[in-house]
Design a protein around this ligand. Structure first.
Ligand code: TYD
Ligand code: MG
Length: 452
């Protein structure tokens, strides 16, 4: 048998090398490589003398093997999951500290316990008393949840092995768990991976839905090895501004459903309330349509977001050089768009000051913002409010064409979900989505004709 080699694993990307280095060759991070136990090497003989046992193949339509989903009791949570909890599956829930992960899961666990199934909530971060205090605040202290404060995976699995398997098992958080068979402090790559592996195996063998809370790093990724995301069936992120009330639950990966569904919640005095009609969230304060304001259906990486773009145009009387100021977008790109509007649509911005602002401190990088910015500029120039409940997306070329952009169906679906009724976009865009009226435009003058 070949001597197992030493291996060093990067805690940021999970890359493996056989030699220690200061910098990971895969992701370029510094000081992230640490030594791991060598991998076992099997015999290369491919018959029963290798010690393996034959596995069983089954046809795709084998009866009784399709898992049935269970409702969590929180409709927005179920929606983001693609229709409820799948037995024997593992969900990783990430999010900033204090965003409400523990609150969300305590509420889901209470719903399940109240409906007669059993729910186990293991907190490695808080003492049982603290969790109980939160439950009291949420009005859930009567829910028959099995609550424990523990961090040893061996203890947790031993205890679970002695009782009937629960419907739901919540581990808050995976970074606080440790296994005594693995070297290293809790939160290190090998500990996180080893503990997750043991817990996931238990969940799969016993048809338990396992939810692991995961910490996130500064840049929003789930801390610990990327491999954790590969090991679980569903990766979700709970997002929002801590100072604001609204929280959005998204699935970033889902082996059992779509990834572009979102769940919307509001953090209130007594926990998370579901926001069944999230359009209110974005439309409040915008009862009267304002000239110069356009809603852009943007994509943040693979995620859709709706963002308001505001333009203000001030006509100058004197011959002074007009100011142009942009917050949240590329000023060169705005200069280009103004030039296209002048050259292709005959509009005149030359003696006017132009201000452009992206609401909420967002910084737009998506090229599809062109059409929404153009709509805001034209609306401000003509002092004509844009139609209400409308979103815009599309790229504009120097020739004034409105060009197709990626993910147009996700943009439309998100807009419809958030209560918008109409979208303007590139004419060559794919099919219009349900619940939304789509109007395709091919040239920028079409846009100007519609607004002015
Ligand atoms: P928590 O669930 O502990 O966040 P996480 O587990 O993601 O770190 O939520 C903590 C925040 O939520 C805390 O700052 C206070 C707020 N909160 C409420 O506003 N109302 C409530 O009923 C509860 C329980 C928490
Ligand atoms: Mg917590």
């Amino acid at each position: 048998m070949a001597k197992p080699k030493r291996r060093y694993v990067c805690s940021s990307c999970g890359g493996v090398t056989t030699r220690w280095q200061g910098q990971c060759a895969d992701c370029g991070e510094w000081n992230t490589l640490s030594e791991e136990a060598p991998q076992t090497v099997f015999s290369t003989k491919h018959d029963l003398s290798s010690g393996g046992r034959p596995i069983r193949f089954t046809p795709l339509d084998a009866p009784g093997e399709v898992p049935k989903r269970r409702a969590s009791g929180l409709a927005e949570f179920d929606r983001a999951l693609g229709g409820g909890l799948v037995p024997g599956s593992a969900i990783l829930l990430g999010g900033d500290p204090g965003i409400g992960k523990s609150t969300l899961l305590l509420q889901a666990a209470a719903h399940i316990a109240n409906s007669g199934s059993s729910a186990v909530y293991v907190s490695g971060e808080e003492a049982a008393g603290q969790v109980r205090l939160r439950a009291e605040r949420l009005g859930l202290s009567k829910a028959p949840i099995q609550l424990a404060s523990a961090t040893s995976v061996r203890d947790i699995l031993t205890t679970l092995g002695m009782m009937d398997a629960p419907t739901l098992l919540v581990i808050d958080s995976i970074q606080t768990m440790h296994s005594d068979t693995i070297e290293g402090a809790p939160g290190t790559v090998s500990q996180v991976r080893g503990c997750a592996f043991e817990l996931i195996r238990y969940a799969k063998e016993n048809d338990v839905t396992l939810i692991l809370v995961g910490h996130v790093t500064k840049d929003g990724n789930i801390a610990g090895p990327r491999v954790l995301e590969h090991m679980v069936d569903v990766v979700m992120s709970f997002e929002g501004e801590r100072s604001h009330q609204y929280r959005i639950l998204r699935s970033l990966k889902n082996r059992f459903g779509p990834v572009d569904e979102i769940g919307v919640f509001a953090m209130e005095g007594a926990g998370l309330a579901e926001v069944g009609n999230p359009s209110m969230l974005f439309l409040s304060g915008r009862e009267e349509a304002m000239a110069g304001s356009a809603v852009f259906a943007a994509m943040e990486g693979t995620r859709p977001v709706l963002i308001e773009i505001q333009a203000l145009i001030v006509r100058l009387q004197s011959g002074a050089t007009p100011r142009r100021a942009v917050v949240g977008w590329d000023s060169g790109r705005m200069a280009m768009l103004l030039a296209v509007l002048e050259a292709r649509c005959g509009l005149n911005f030359s003696s006017a000051e132009v201000y452009l602002n992206v609401a909420g401190g967002y910084r737009l990088a998506d090229p599809a913002a062109d059409l929404a910015v153009a709509a805001a500029l034209v609306s401000a120039l003509g002092d004509r409010p844009l139609p209400k409940n409308t979103v815009w997306f599309g790229e504009v070329s120097l020739a004034g064409e409105i060009r197709p952009v990626a993910h147009s169906s996700i943009r439309q679906r998100e807009s419809a979900k958030l209560g918008f009724g109409r979208a303007y976009g590139p004419v060559a865009t794919t099919k219009p989505e349900k619940g939304l009226e789509f109007t395709g435009m091919s040239m920028l003058p079409n846009l100007v004709d519609r607004i002015l």
